[in-house]
Design a protein around this ligand. Structure first.
Ligand SMILES: Cc1cc2nc3c(=O)[nH]c(=O)nc-3n(C[C@H](O)[C@H](O)[C@H](O)COP(=O)(O)O)c2cc1C
Length: 362
């Protein structure tokens, strides 16, 4: 039997070494932001419409113009290889089966060409990018993703330094491998057009200290120009930042507190989302993640103005519990749960999920 999210979590917890479970599960600091994420979605109440025809329903949508069967997408998470040897290739296969979209982490276990080699096929995927102090390396990362077929860059901006974690694997970095990038960097110094995407090792191997802590909104234009792709900016929690990023050329703003792994006591995304939608929802697409665990959570997020919702930990659990089939099943199960929740509030498609359907709990 393929697992639900709760079953996948229980199986993953039983199966994974404790330090891997903790690495996936942990939040930063005292883990307040991590712990509050799901609760925050459950503080909204529904205002169902009745007597609306809902016999034929659709969860189809588009993100950045891409047609998808579901608005439930896979958030970037480091090191899927800790869950199963198939690593991101297994996740990709499950995502393809579910008609969803996958965001590949900069710190993936597999490089993009490996992760996309198998069943991924025509499944759309985006590349999550940490901008490194070394812009040559950053450009090389972008080139590698573009060469492997990424359709957008998800620029994560909430990680100027790593949030302090008390649980889980400590050293998942292998700085020695940074040295193996040197030939490529040298080649690019001699010839800026030098293309050697497959030669860069997984960036889980690059020391986080190399990430640039001095970024400003101008970085959006750098990434846009370097990639030729739309730039989604991930890690936004405020209307002023959202406006600045839309002004700077972002194609989408992605509301996230990094699953509570960066600033502890960061506001829950369920509360940040309405302010960001109000600020830029008419100019750019808005996505959200953090603690989404049911179709009703997703429905609330979509009704509050998110165009898509993303999940990280449930996908890692599903991968550890049942591989690609587990990932596909968890995504499909959640989509069916969303579909049923839509019927119960009188919505036949995603355009009918509007803010009047939700209200804060008394
Ligand atoms: C184990 C783990 C690794 C993560 N690695 C990354 C990463 O490499 N890049 C990134 O932008 N976000 C990363 N995230 C954050 C997720 O993309 C996402 O914002 C968050 O986990 C969503 O919340 P959820 O796990 O409750 O669904 C990671 C999250 C987890 C749990």
């Amino acid at each position: 039997m393929l697992p639900t999210i709760a079953q996948a979590a229980a199986t993953a917890r039983a199966r994974l070494p404790a330090e891997v479970w903790d690495y996936y599960d942990t939040g930063a600091g005292d883990e307040t932001a991590r712990a509050e994420a799901s609760t925050a979605w459950s503080r909204y109440r529904l205002r169902p419409r009745v007597l609306r025809p809902v016999g034929t329903r659709s969860t189809a949508t588009t993100v950045l113009g891409r047609q998808l069967a579901t608005p439930l997408l896979v958030a970037p998470a480091a090191l899927h290889g800790l869950a199963t040897p198939a690593a991101e290739a297994g996740t990709a296969e499950g995502v393809a089966g579910a008609g969803s979209l996958f965001v590949l982490s900069t710190r993936s276990s597999l490089v993009p060409s490996e992760a996309t080699a198998g069943a991924w096929g025509a499944t759309p995927w985006w590349m999550q990018l940490y901008v490194m102090r070394d812009r040559g390396l950053t450009r090389a990362l972008i080139d590698r993703a573009v060469a492997a077929g990424a359709e957008a860059i998800v620029l994560t901006v909430d990680t100027p330094v790593l949030g302090p974690k008390r649980r889980g694997l400590r050293d998942v970095r292998r700085p020695d491998l940074l040295a193996s990038l040197q030939p490529l960097l040298d080649a690019r110094a001699a010839d800026p057009e030098a293309q050697a995407p497959a030669q860069i090792p997984s960036l889980s191997d690059v020391d986080a200290l190399e990430q640039d802590p001095d970024l400003t909104p101008e970085i959006v234009e750098f990434v846009r120009e370097a990639s030729g792709l739309p730039v989604v900016v991930k890690g936004v929690l405020r209307s002023d930042d959202a406006r600045a990023l839309a002004d700077a050329g972002a194609a989408a703003v992605y509301v996230s507190n990094h699953g509570g792994r960066q600033a502890d006591r960061a506001v829950s995304t369920a509360y940040a989302l309405p302010e960001v939608v109000a600020a830029v929802g008419d100019r750019v697409e808005v996505y959200v993640d953090g603690g989404i665990r049911s179709g009703t959570d997703a429905l609330v997020a979509l009704a509050l103005g998110a165009r898509a919702v993303l999940l990280a930990r449930p996908v890692l659990w599903a991968l550890a519990a049942a591989g690609a089939a587990g990932v596909q099943h968890v995504l499909e199960d959640l989509r069916l749960d969303l579909d049923r929740s839509m019927a119960l509030v009188g919505a036949a498609d995603l355009s009918q999920l509007t803010p009047d359907l939700v209200t804060p709990a008394a």
